[in-house]
Design a protein around this ligand. Structure first.
Ligand code: NAG
Ligand code: NAG
Ligand code: NAG
Length: 719
């Protein structure tokens, strides 16, 4: 026994000594440098495919190589003796062709993309544009998917710079690195110091600097497989493999839609915008042109109707058509929100919820809709506005007449606000947009308003470069202003005009009359909204409309415009709903949050919102209660409903996107020591292994002597 203990200790002492000499300590302290400013690309799945990025579950390791030029790239592909590599790529070099070349070489294990928005030398805008979306976005789910003249963007390629990068299954981890210090430390302290090839092009000797990228994904193959596995597993209370994408649409009608009153056909004007967009990497850039300009313009129109008193005159006129302000979520992923709303309308369930047994609201279905008006990207072309119409529904002369009337009105109001309003070619189809999901089911007079006559003006559609500064909505010149959102940017002026025009147009469609709406008076609100969405959510407007409990969430930066998974509500949806309630609702008496919200249980026609309210002169907010028709409607694809159990997933009728779950996202740098040291480590490893085998052999032989067997316990363990 003593003998054994001595042998054991000796073994460890020897190991420890070797370890000390052999730089074991250096290995452990050898310093993993964690990079914190990273955002990973992750895996999403639809009915038939998986897309995006993933590392092995334990992480991918490779030697760092910085790629700035084609030569750097060729060096890895043709020579690169220390594969696998992890490459650092600048915004100019990270494109689909180069990534494909690296992948095909089989020598690259992961990619770090430098993206530092404030530093033009690290992140220059790609001069030829960059969009990871398709060149013909959403075509397979739009109204022209089966039309021989218009499908596949035969008539107009909307997004010519689109590379479809978003839809590749990269099979390696890819991260963006957003902090300048960390980008520099990866490039200078790691790559230049240890790895940069010698001037003659030969590789450096060990130690080399390496990175480990971890973004292991739990779901694989496709949504069908992973939902099936998840359903199976959930019964055993284990984690999910994937979650459906989805959220809540936000809508508010100007009049209330009580089930006690009749709702005539062709009586509701749907004014729509989308809330969401995507980028390869989540939480990187708020999508300025697509989609904040559309979102803000539609909110501005709601505000304008209210501010000008036009709202009341619509409410008080029984013949005036209702206007439903509608904000769709999940549109970037095959029209999740709009297709769900149309589905509910077809079932005569909208706006009531599935499990509502008492129907207080009159169902609104497609036959109640009189007009569709959608605003999309509006940030470019300051004094220009393009109208798009649908040539197929215009084949009906009745629809065509109404569309022409809409166009005439828009042009007339364009003159009023000094905006040049142009009709895009009449034989040109609608750009990708939510209204297409309605038109698939019923012909309705429709216009879509954008900043592009043909292909997108925005060269950075659904990408991390869709920046505020591209649309002149940045605030740098205003630093000496007391309050940043008092500075009217050129973009705020642009959207104030377009918001005023839109409000006039909607009012006119509703009542047939004109009203007075001043664009200049809208500017402070537009400026404020742009500031809040693009720069800092802890702004006065957002603080005014949220409940105290939600103040913390305002800090997020930048705002999440990715729809994300359905089980959490994206708080951009929440803010949109609050703003809409604030703009279209009325303030009512209630001295605290409980009194206010209590009315939700008795009055089902409206929702009651408790808001913090504006700051008084002493800097306190006293709270206020708003009553409004603003509400959510589910923006989750119908394919995930139980009632759709017989649905053929591969039919491509509805969006089937899910997001894989994962455990960690991490990126760390470390030094890989010389080969001799690696051999030594291996040697020690083998020695320890042999040693322990001997030990086990020895112990098991002598087990009887070493462990004396205790006498059987008299107490029964049964219970
Ligand atoms: C397209 O048209 C074909 C033939 O008319 C039809 O079988 C198919 O279901 C249509 N697809 C969609 C998505 O509407
Ligand atoms: C946002 O504004 C709030 C209030 O003015 C301020 O405290 C906070 O630091 C700002 N956040 C950022 C990221 O600028
Ligand atoms: C799923 O996505 C892939 C990649 O974009 C696409 O090729 C395929 O058609 C999609 N499948 C369905 C059913 O939408």
């Amino acid at each position: 026994m003593v003998n054994l203990v001595m042998r054991l200790s000796l073994c460890f002492v020897v190991f420890a000594v070797i370890c000390e000499l052999g730089e074991c300590v250096r290995t452990s302290k050898k310093i993993y440098v964690n990079l914190e400013s990273v955002q990973g690309c992750f895996r999403r799945l639809n009915a038939t495919h998986q897309i995006g990025c993933a590392s092995k579950l334990g992480g991918n390791v490779g030697i760092i190589h910085n790629i700035e030029t084609d030569e750097d790239l060729t060096w890895i592909v043709d020579y690169g003796p220390h594969a696998p590599y992890i490459t650092i790529m600048s915004s100019l070099i990270f494109n689909v062709t180069n990534v494909q070349r690296l992948k095909d070489s089989g020598k690259v294990n992961g990619i770090l993309v430098s993206h530092v928005v404030s530093n033009k030398s690290i992140t220059p805008l790609p001069p030829d544009g960059f969009s990871p979306d398709h060149s013909c976005p959403l075509d397979a789910f739009g109204m022209y998917r089966n039309d021989s003249d218009y499908k596949n963007c035969k008539s107009v390629v909307w997004n010519p710079v689109g590379s479809s990068m978003m839809y590749q299954d990269f099979g390696i981890p890819i991260f963006v690195l957003q902090n300048e210090t960390e980008v520099n430390s990866a490039i200078y302290d790691c790559y230049e110091k240890f790895n940069k090839p010698n001037p003659d092009g030969t590789s450096r000797k060990y130690p080399l600097c390496a990175a480990e990228l971890k973004s292991g994904m739990f779901a694989a193959k496709d949504s069908v497989t992973c939902i099936r596995r998840t359903n199976h597993i959930v019964n055993l209370n284990v984690d999910q493999f994937c979650d459906p994408l989805g959220d809540q649409n936000v809508f508010a009608t100007v009049k209330e839609i009580s089930s006690e009153k009749s709702l005539p056909f062709d009586h509701v004007i749907v004014a729509a915008a989308r809330i969401d967009s995507f980028t390869l990497f989540e939480h990187v850039t708020p999508s300025a042109d697509n989609d904040i300009t559309g979102l803000v313009t539609l909110l501005t129109a709601a505000f304008a109707l209210s501010m000008s008193g036009a709202k009341e005159s619509i409410q008080n006129s029984p013949d005036a058509k209702d206007i439903m302000f509608t904000f769709f979520q999940g549109e970037a992923f095959d029209y999740i929100g709009s297709s769900r709303m149309v589905y509910e309308m077809e079932k005569n369930r909208f706006p009531n919820t599935l499990d509502d047994t008492n129907v207080y609201l009159h169902p609104v279905n497609l036959s109640h809709i009189s007009h569709l008006v959608e605003v999309n990207q509006l940030g470019f072309g300051e004094r220009n506005l393009s109208i798009h119409t649908d040539p197929i529904s215009r084949n009906s002369s009745q629809i065509d007449t109404q569309v022409k009337e809409m166009v005439t009105k828009l042009k007339e109001f364009g003159n009023e606000y000094d905006i040049s309003v142009k009709l895009a070619g009449e034989s040109q189809p609608l750009p990708p947009g939510s209204v297409q999901r309605f038109l698939l089911k019923r012909s309705i007079p429709t216009v879509m308003l954008t900043d592009h006559q043909r292909e997108f003006t925005n060269q950075f559609y659904n990408s991390r470069f869709d920046l505020a500064e591209n649309i002149k909505a940045n605030y740098s010149e205003s630093l000496n202003q007391s309050s940043e959102y008092d500075y009217v940017t050129p973009q705020a002026e642009n959207l104030a005009r377009k918001g005023a025009l839109l409000a006039q147009f909607l009012y006119s469609l509703s009542t047939g009359d004109k009203t007075y709406i001043s664009a200049v008076e809208l500017e402070p609100m537009v400026t404020h909204m742009l500031y809040c969405f693009l720069y800092n959510g802890t702004c006065d407007l957002f603080q005014t409309v949220v409940d105290k409990a939600d103040v913390e969430k305002l800090n997020e930066e930048p705002y999440p415009f990715y729809v994300s998974v359905a089980r959490n509500t994206n708080y951009v949806s929440g803010l949109t709903k609050k703003l809409l309630a604030y703009f279209l609702g009325v303030q009512i008496e209630a001295d605290n949050s409980d009194n206010c919200k209590a009315q939700n249980s008795t009055d089902k026609l409206y929702e009651y919102y408790w808001m913090q309210g504006p700051l008084d002169e002493n800097g306190t907010r006293h709270g206020m209660c708003y009553r409004s028709t603003a509400a959510y409607s589910e923006a989750k694809s119908p394919v995930f409903l139980d009632e759709m159990s017989g649905y053929d997933w591969a039919s491509g009728e509805y969006s089937s996107w899910t997001e894989s779950t994962w455990d960690t996202f991490s990126v760390r740098l470390f030094l890989v020591p010389s080969e001799q040291f690696q051999m030594l480590t291996l040697g020690i490893g083998i020695a320890v292994l042999l040693c322990s085998h001997c030990l086990i052999f020895f112990i098991s032989r002598k087990a009887g002597t070493i462990f004396s067997v205790p006498p059987p316990s008299p107490v029964s363990t049964a219970n």
